[in-house]
Structures are given as structure tokens and as C-alpha cells.
Design a protein around this ligand. Sequence first.
Ligand SMILES: *Cc1c(COP(=O)(O)O)cnc(C)c1O
Length: 387
Amino acid sequence: MIPGPIEVSPAVQAAFSVPPPGHLSKAVMEAFGSSLSRMREVWIAAPDAQPFVTAGSGTTAMDMAAANLVEAGDRVVVVNTGYFSDRMVEMLKRLGAEVSSVGADPGDAPSVDAVRHALDDARRRGGVKALFATHVDTSTGVRVDPQPLARLAREHGALSVFDGVCATAGERFRMAAWDADVYLTGSQKAIGLPPGLALLVATARAMKARESLRAKPPMVLDWLEWLPIMRAYEDRKPAYFATPATNLILALDASLREITARGVEAHVAVHERSAAAVNAAWKSMGLVPVPRREELRANTLSALRYPEGVDASLVGKIQERGVVVAGGLHPAIRNTYFRVGHMGYAATQPELLLRTVRAIGDALAACGAPVDPDAAVAASERVLASK
Ligand SMILES: *Cc1c(COP(=O)(O)O)cnc(C)c1O
């Protein structure tokens, strides 16, 4: 129950548990082609939006988005909500961009007005190329609302890029309706696979921005190197640029089939309900979330302050009870909280959520915290049983 790598469904596990298929095998061509069109469905993207699937991790997808849109001298704005936004800032600086980072205290997010001011300011100084934001910051469990940010970017003539590594398929995102330009993720989080794939969808507008770059990105990150490969696979034709992670392509197709069979909105609703169920337990035990306001709390993970008298040894005590959760990650508050993932397969399995609540409750009680694990489990059960 850490925020990635997550548990995967039996169908996903079965799909990748085969001897490595060739990248031009019929099975891989079919799974690759099917995955690309299903990504448009899960991203709720326009028919002319271009999906990319490459070997790598979420960080690869971040680097790919940055390197295809931004070059030295470009002005960009980053909505900074924590550890992974800091990483994006560093990547953009390495590309030579002039970065304006709009931050907030850990557990908070900058206001839309603050972001507007930063965009206005960048525009006054000669134009802004792109706005970057982390949909769910995994270090704090803080979720931002991408819709007004995408609109602001558009109003300022800027592209909008959203890091959905801890969000895609578990949080609401409507790429076409919101007119967002890039939505990216890594395979081992809410999308429900083992680690090893970088996934993103780019609009036609973003593809044009790549074509207008003066300097080409590193070859393995370059959308224009990958574009003919993605098109070939979508046409179920063989193509090669760099070897895809073939077992993971089979897993990707299996996971996207499960999500689209349930329906994307329904899949997000499952995550909402699971988050509500565990939140009821945290409330019952008096655990205080790191996100400062209710609307900032993600569906996909909980970041919870240690109660008074409890320290980071709690994580080990939870593990002794058969459940693996994660410690803090945000450098400013690292030793004051822990994190519980509830995304992907686990979000669809009430018994995994209830076992987690039980283990955390029992571990807290063992630390001397005044909690009632039975009441916490019952609080979760009530939410899971409600319609
Ligand atoms: C995990 C994560 C990343 C980094 O992904 P890796 O697969 O570890 O490279 C980036 N952004 C967010 C929001 C994440 O949760």
C-alpha cells in the first residue's frame, strides 16, 4: 500500500508473466496498438492527440515532456506543490529555461490568482512558453485542479503540462474538454502496472511546439523519433527505433482494458469512494492529513501526520502487521508523517483497504495512541457499503 509500485490485478500479472515476446511479434503489435487507442480513451483526449509509450519511469515522461516543448531562453511557470514539482523545476533549468516557480507551504497549493500573476508577469517580460503542474504531489498527497490551470495557460498563449504520475486513471482528468496539452504518467502508480513504462499523450498543438524547437531533444526522448513507431503500432505494423519493454506492453493493454471496461469515470468514482472510506477511518482515529483543506486531498493516497507521541517507527509496526506503507518524502516535513497508497487494483478491493485500516489502527494502539481500531474499520465499512 505504498504510493507505487502498487499491487496489480490478477489479469495484469498474468499478461506480463510470459517469456519475453519479440517487439515485432503479433501479440506485442496488437497490445501496443490497442493500448495507444485506449490511452486516448482513458486520458479523454481528442482523436488527433498523440499517445507515446516508451521504456522508462515517470521521471522519463517528465523529461520527455520538458525536452520536447522547452529550450534555452524559454520562459515557463511551475505550479509547485512539493517534491516532484521541484524535480520539474530542476529539469526545466537544465534545459536553460527561465523558470518562475509558484509555491506554497507543504500541504498547500498556490491559488489560481497567484498562478495568474506569475503568468501575467512572464507575459510582460516577453511571453510564456508553458505552464507545468503536478496533478497529485505524491510527497504530500496534495491534489490541484488542472482545469482552471489549463484555462489560464491558454489565456496566456502557453502550453499546459500536467504530471499525472500519481493520478492518471485515479483522478478526474479530461484532456480534450479542458484543453490541456500534455498529461503524463509512469506505469507503477494509478494506471495499475509494474514499474518500467513512461506514458504520455500530447496534443497536436504540443507536437507543433516540438517541430518549432531550434535544437533537437536527446534522441531517445524525441517525439519525432518515436512518432512513426507509435503510428506503425497503431496500424498494427512492425517498426523499430528502440526496443520497447515488451512484457509491460502486454500488461498495459490488460490494465487499460480493465479500466475502459469499467468506464473511465466509473473507475475514478471507485477511487473516490475508496478515498472516502479510508478518510473516514483516519478521521475516526484522529489522524490529521498533510493536505490543509479537504479539496486538496487526493483520491490516490493519504499523507497523514504522526499523532502526538508517535514517530516514524510506526511504519515498521504497520509492516509487522502485514501491510507496507511509506514514510514521509517532502524534505521539509519528512519525519512528521507517513503515506498510504490507495490507487489502482487496491482501490477496487475493499478487503485490502480494510486490512490496511486495521493494521494502521493496531500499530497506532501498540504505540500508545488513543485509537479504536474496531471503530475505524467500521467507519470505512460504512462508506464502502453506502451507494
Ligand atoms: C512517482 C512520481 C514521479 C516519478 O516517477 P518515477 O516512476 O519514480 O520516475 C513523478 N511525479 C509524480 C507526481 C510521482 O508521483
